[in-house]
Write a protein that binds this ligand. Structure first.
Ligand code: KG4
Ligand code: ZN
Length: 374
């Protein structure tokens, strides 16, 4: 058995986990900085870096404690070395280097995006509702990676054998959710806020022709483009304002959305809910159509999704409904940033001898296709 201590500090979550054989999560600790960054409407790199420095040691200690192991029980350390914020990545990488050196165990560098993909290999013992079957997806796998910084279609033919076959040409899907949420006054992070607001829209989206947005199909390619949708939403909101009619809502009412996500009651004006749903439907439609096309084109045996936007319930539902091959979605807790997924990816990398020296450096601009040789 191989027990990996995994560390993730690429953005605004300080995370540590203990994972056995790349699939069994013994512990997964995530210290979120969301509340801190919310007041700035996005992640402030300097604050993120400082917070990681404060929380990394306690998070690792807690991960060991929950897993019930001591330092001596660690066989390897896996760490995200890119892509991400430089000042954030460096905290995790330095900590991982120190542990690997002190314990004389291998140090495994992991691409954050590959980590998201490997969330599909994870399971929690004794939690059958996660849909985990102990085997992992069957190759070739078609993966839709949708996070705050990335939107990519990836064909995975085996461990470490990845080809990006489609990507966004402008905004990432999560970035579009975040920007549109700001336009609608729904706050940060935008994805969960838009999802919650969309659920409050009356009637069925499919029959709501008045709210339908033109889909950015980018015909003839598996690439995406989401910035036009953002502009279309902006025009709708500006149109509302100049017509003096149907208000999109004021900030105090919008604070209700954040409350409703947190399980408290809140109010969202109907117009805002409709716009949120129209946007979500358009994004989901394009993501799902292209994912299904790609799965067919590359003879995928399974479709998986990864990244923060994979937490979107509408996306999960639509993909399951439209895919011709089985769809696997990671447990919700492993969709957004966490270290367990880094432990899974790290395990399979380690199996292939992918080990770093003590001179491992951060790679803030690392791409998913770089992972093959990184
Ligand atoms: O993977 P992640 O946690 O961090 C990055 O590596 O970027 O993804 C964060 C992104 C944010 O843009 C957030 O708005 C989006 O994932 N997100 C969602 C949902 N939950 C998180 N987007 C749509 N629906 C959700 N339920
Ligand atoms: Zn991420």
């Amino acid at each position: 058995m191989t027990t990996i201590l995994a560390i993730e500090t690429s953005c605004d979550e300080t995370a540590a986990a203990v994972v056995e054989n790349g699939m069994t999560v013994r512990s997964s600790i995530v210290v979120s900085q969301e509340a801190l960054h919310r007041r700035w409407g996005g992640v402030v790199p300097e604050l993120a870096s400082r917070e990681h420095s404060l929380h990394i040691a306690p998070a690792v200690r807690q991960a060991l404690e929950v897993a019930g192991i001591s330092w001596a029980g660690i066989d390897a350390v896996a760490v995200t070395h890119g892509p991400g914020l430089a000042g954030a990545l460096v905290v995790g990488v330095n900590f991982a280097k120190a542990v690997a050196a002190a314990r004389s165990v291998p140090l495994v560098p992991v691409n954050h995006l590959e980590g998201h993909l490997y969330a599909n290999w994870l399971g929690i013992p004794g939690a059958p509702d996660t849909g985990w079957d102990h085997r992992g997806p069957e190759f070739p796998v078609l993966c839709l990676v949708v996070s705050g910084g990335h939107t990519e279609l990836v064909v995975v033919r085996g461990h470490g054998d990845l080809s990006v076959v489609g990507r966004t040409r402008d905004d990432a899907a999560g970035e579009a959710f975040d920007k549109v949420a700001r336009i609608l006054g729904l706050g940060y992070p935008g994805g969960p806020a838009i999802q919650a607001a969309a659920m409050l829209a009356p009637g069925e989206a499919a029959t709501d022709a008045a709210d339908a947005l033109t889909r950015p199909w980018m015909r003839g390619t598996l690439d995406f483009s989401f910035s036009g949708l953002k502009t279309a939403m902006l025009r709708q909101v500006e149109g509302d304002a100049t017509n003096g009619g149907r208000p999109v809502g004021n900030p105090s009412r919008m604070a209700g959305v954040a409350r409703s996500i947190a399980g408290q009651s809140g109010e969202v004006p109907e117009r805002t809910a409709r716009l949120a749903r129209a946007f979500q439907e358009a994004v989901v439609d394009v993501l799902v159509s292209k994912t299904c096309d790609a799965a067919e084109r590359f003879d995928a045996r399974e479709v998986v999704i990864a990244g923060g936007v994979a937490a979107n319930l509408r996306l999960r539902e639509a993909l399951v409904a439209r895919s011709k091959v089985p769809v696997r979605v990671p447990p919700l807790v492993y969709c957004t940033d966490n270290a367990a997924m880094i432990g899974a990816a790290g395990y399979f990398r380690l199996q292939h001898g992918h080990v770093a020296t003590s001179s491992l450096d951060i790679r803030p601009g690392l791409r998913l296709d770089d992972a093959n040789g990184a």
